[in-house]
Design a binder for this molecule. Sequence first.
Ligand code: NCD
Length: 319
Amino acid sequence: MRHLLSAADLDAAAAVRVLDVAEEMAATQRREIKKLPTLRGRTVVNLFFEDSTRTRTSFEAAAKRLSADVINFSAKGSSVSKGESLKDTALTLEAMGADAVVVRHGASGAPHRLAHAGWTRGAVVNAGDGTHEHPTQALLDAYTMRKHLRGGTGDLAGVRVVVVGDVLHSRVARSNVLLLHTLGAHVTLVAPPTLLPVGVQAWPCAVSHHLDAALADVAPDAVMMLRVQAERMDAAQGGFFPSAREYSRRYGLGRERLAALGERTIVMHPGPMNRGLEISADAADSARSTIVEQVGNGVAVRMAVLYLLLAGELPGGHA
Ligand code: NCD
């Protein structure tokens, strides 16, 4: 496959290949000299139209560790603030010879457009589009689960994952459901009815509105908390939940719920966290939290994605 636009682009063989290569990449990152010559002479453009800390720096580190030339473009301070379109921005960057374009955009579908409209010859990697998808986040989450669950054997078949919170605005949730399903894991989404997207019943997962009941029924191996995405909640529309306090009480992971989890259950969050809203400090900083580790794993996973796409070695897939 040429692009990574959706977690659904990856069939099981392709997903496992990315995760296996990511493990090899991670091993090289424990060496004193972390840089590999793999992508020397290739150019990776980071095209970020939305704010980002983790994802942008992670892609930048990944490309640099592979010796690629990296051009960072962020909408702030660029001609986008003068109204330049995605198309013109892409054409400009194309003229600079991008072999890969990593794109984050507020509009769902923007990476598809970039990949298929002929504006770039490079491989397009979706780094988060609107409320749609974020496939490399799902890959780094699966990578983290492989490390911790099933004794590190790497098999996620039958693993049980509960994903909690603002599913409506979360591209992380959708990509995780798709990828985990491909890998044979079972996902249960938990959210108030107001924070679930239309059509969620057709997703390959279970859906619940009751966190305590879901945690008791599923006995999850991993609990993934989602950020409440206030910036995507239209103030005029309002009323997604009665109050922050009520949200925390019903859908937050606090001390009591943490204590009730199985001994080996891991606690995940893609970041950035609203501490005290969807997750308490006790839960975020507990020994079972993989939140900081997820960020570190992101670099190895993105090294694998960039390498496999640019080497034309990603099998299967639909993109
Ligand atoms: C997520 C994103 O941007 O979609 N964060 C991330 O990539 N680490 C989730 C979020 O913003 O809540």
